[in-house]
Every structure is written in C-alpha cells, then in structure tokens.
Design a protein around this ligand. Structure first.
Ligand SMILES: [Ca+2]
Ligand SMILES: [Ca+2]
Length: 194
C-alpha cells in the first residue's frame, strides 16, 4: 500500500486508512459450470460443474432480465433445475457450501434459454407485437417462429412495428415482384388432437 501527497507544501494527507484486515476464503469455489444443450427442455436444464472438494452447493438462477436470484441448496452434481418457463432466457451461477456459514465465491455466470413449448391450446392467436429475436444475422423472427429466407436475401419476412391492424405491429414481406422469392414465416409447433 502506497500513500503519497502531491502539490505544493505537502500539508496533511488527503486520505487515511486504519486497521486493515485481510482474510482468506478457504471454501474453494467450483469451476466450469456447464449446461449441455441436450439437457435443455421447455422447463428444465441439467447443470454440471467441476468440484472434487465439496459435496454441498448453492445454485442460484434468475430470468435474465430479473435482478433477484432464486437460491437452491444442492447436494448432487449434476443438478436438474426444473419448473422453468418455456422460451425464456435465464442465468445461473454456483457456489460451494462448506458448512457453518462458510461459502465460496460464486462461479462465473452461465446463460441459457429454455426451448419453445408446443402449442396445444386453441383457439391460438398471435399479434406480432413483441420484438423479434435474432435467428442468425441478419435474420430475425418472432419468438419460437422460424423465418426462412431463400433466394434473394434482401427480400424476406420482417417485423413491421407500425403496420398491421390499428398500426399494432405485424409481419411484412419486404420484397419485390420483379425477382423470385421463396420465403417462409413458419408458426411455432402446434399439436392438434381430437
Ligand atoms: Ca398486431
Ligand atoms: Ca428471400
């Protein structure tokens, strides 16, 4: 630690410290939190991490845009996180629980997105009023829809936020009748029974 005064005269220092205390966190954090893509479903994921020292952990997760983490005490690795919402972006982090209130630092934060639910409730409607997601630059699509842009990539299905019924937003084919087009905007999966 280095203290220094500057300026003419070198009068009293402009800051002070006292009773510095440095401690070591002996509870070692897990590493390499991973969520294999194959484990991601509409409402659950399987979380793995590396840790050969501990046998109890605290898994924290939240919706990406939330500020408050949900906390689960866990004694298995890997751990299945369930009761999630379909087609939603989440974040997860893990720390070791070494007992007696001794906890490690958090791991890095890992992002994941649950998969889209199959639509089984009818009538079903869609108003094209939510922001479209990137589905591979420069293409976007409504969440859980598929946008297929063939032939002329200048001409494709796009979001038109000020068009549609009462200017409420709609999907628009931005194209030209003078060129060939073969473009599709495909609904989410639907299951029709009965
Ligand atoms: Ca609309
Ligand atoms: Ca096209």
């Amino acid at each position: 630690m280095l203290g220094q005064t500057t300026g003419a005269g070198h009068y009293a220092p402009p800051a002070a410290v006292d009773n510095i205390f440095i401690n070591v966190n002996t509870c070692v954090a897990p590493t390499q939190v991973q969520i294999p893509d194959s484990t991601i479903s509409t409402n659950s994921v399987v979380i793995h991490w590396n840790d050969t020292l501990n046998n109890a952990w605290i898994v924290e997760y939240k919706v990406l845009t939330d500020t408050v983490w949900s906390t689960v005490s866990v004694s298995s690795n890997p751990y299945t996180l369930s009761n999630l919402t379909p087609a939603t972006k989440y974040q997860v982090r893990v720390k070791a629980d070494c007992g007696g209130g001794d906890e490690s630092f958090y791991t890095n934060i890992v992002d994941f997105q649950t998969t889209c639910a199959i639509i089984t409730t009818f009538p079903w409607s869609y108003d094209f009023e939510n922001e479209w997601e990137s589905v591979g630059v420069p293409l976007t699509a409504p969440l859980c829809w598929n946008n297929i842009d063939m032939f002329n990539t200048t001409y494709k299905w796009v979001s038109y936020a000020t068009g549609g019924i009462n200017n409420s937003g709609c999907a628009r084919f931005s194209g030209s009748s003078s060129v060939g087009n073969n473009d599709y905007l495909i609904t989410p999966y639907l299951t029709l029974t009965g």
